[in-house]
Design a protein around this ligand. Structure first.
Ligand SMILES: [Zn+2]
Length: 100
C-alpha cells in the first residue's frame, strides 16, 4: 500500500463535481475529520465545497462520532463552534454521474 498522507495532487482546472472553473479550493481525498491529509489542488468550487463540507460534518458528527472518540481523533472547529471539513473525493464515487 502506498502512503499518500500529506500529498498534494494536481487539480484538473475545474471543479471535480460540477465543472465550474473559479474559484477552486483544495479537496481532501479522505475527509479531514478522519485525519485525511492528502488533497487534490484546486478541485472544488465554493458551492460544491459547501455541500460536501456539510456532508463531511454530518458523517463526522453522526456516523463516525463514536469511532473518532474511540481512537482520539481531534475536531477542527471554527470560531462559531461548527465543525469544518473540506469536501473529500472519497464521496466522488457516490455522486459521480459518469458524464464528462
Ligand atoms: Zn462545483
Amino acid at each position: 500500500m502506498v502512503d499518500i498522507q500529506g500529498a498534494k495532487f494536481p487539480g484538473y482546472g475545474r471543479c471535480i463535481y460540477c465543472g465550474a472553473t473559479n474559484p477552486l479550493k483544495d479537496e481532501h481525498i479522505i475527509p479531514f475529520s478522519l485525519v485525511g491529509k492528502a488533497v487534490i489542488a484546486a478541485a472544488s468550487c465554493g458551492d460544491c465545497e459547501k455541500i460536501t463540507s456539510d456532508l463531511d460534518g454530518y458523517l463526522a458528527r453522526q456516523i463516525f462520532r463514536e469511532y473518532r472518540a474511540h481512537v482520539g481523533m481531534k475536531s477542527r472547529r471554527t470560531h462559531t463552534g461548527g465543525e469544518t471539513g473540506g469536501f473529500d473525493a472519497l464521496f466522488v464515487g457516490l455522486f459521480w454521474t459518469g458524464t464528462d
